[in-house]
Design a binder for this molecule. Sequence first.
Ligand SMILES: *Cc1c(COP(=O)(O)O)cnc(C)c1O
Length: 399
Amino acid sequence: MQSLGHFGKFGGIFVSELLMPALEELEAGYLKYRQDPNFKKELKKLLTDYAGRPTPLYFAQNLSKQLGAKIYLKREDLLHGGAHKTNNTLGQGLLAKMMGKKELLAETGAGQHGFATAMIGALLGLKVKIFMGSKDVERQHVNVLRMQMCGAEVIPINFGSQTLKDALNEALRYWVANSQNTAYVLGTVAGPHPYPSMVRDFQKIIGIEAKRQLKKSKNQLPTHVVACVGGGSNAMGIFWPFIPLKKIKLIGVEPAGEGLNTEKHGATLTKGSPGCLHGSLSYVLQDKDGQIKEAHSISAGLDYPGVGPEHAFLKESNRADYVSVTDKEALEAMQNLAKIEGIIPALESAHALAYLPKLIKNLGPKTKKEACILVNISGRGDKDMEYVSRFLTFENPTI
Ligand SMILES: *Cc1c(COP(=O)(O)O)cnc(C)c1O
């Protein structure tokens, strides 16, 4: 962990004094337990036996043929819970338990992080409270049921925008008052220190495994690593072991926020600028007066106006490139992978796939032949079926 959670000029802690004691306790707990053999052993066991690690690395033969370069998919969609989020909630949940906490607290927008937290609370015998805007409670009814099924209490927030922003503020207020017994489980590599470093540490297993798997089967390193970026946790996880290897290109793909829904923008790193959001300095979508703009993406999981500070650092130091694709391109990529590989990726993950044709088209003939592109399939698309069905046309519709 970098000292005080700074990544170049980004990161840090920009929060009310009231939150400092809870953050300091969390940092101390994390620094202690991440070295603790018991914690490491227990986490490894649960990641293996409960969550199903290692996830496969699959050589996508049909997609590779279609696009004209070798493509490997890291299958986080096969992780228990259906996405990479389980790596993080398992880590933070176990840490909370070892620190003597009795309750997990989280806010959720689309409900995926709420469900991943509820799952782990049930597993570890911790109470779970999920704060959720009442509009989201309505929109994400199935996810609310899944959380309740695991015994979590879902608390609808009925004021303000009735979405993630107010749920987050309310959850923080609750944490300030109850931090003695309650751990706040943050869903991505954003927020104040220690969250960006801690969440990245729980997600870096994705990249470590992929590197080992590729080495073992092909005795090779990837030439490109591609992942979608919402808050940035699945991308940080798969990038991590490759950051020191400067020849390997790291590419984060954001939603352009154009296409099916116009006027709003979702590409924080490609269109945003440095600013403060949710407790740290990073890139944010803001207008010229510093007001945070609303993000938009067809995939709720990428619909966040900020991004983790380590990505801001990787961008400014030119270590990683950030690009964007439209809603329409993501939908097409989702459908394409389903059709030629029989894998339905999450809409979020489809953003990473949607960039591949452009990436490969711009490679010279020799580079193309040598290319070995590693793509993170951060989650499975079952959750998106109902929503995307209104945009799709099928070859063989039901009669
Ligand atoms: C939540 C989610 C994301 C976005 O979060 P990151 O922190 O950017 O990884 C991406 N893919 C899936 C499947 C998700 O559930």
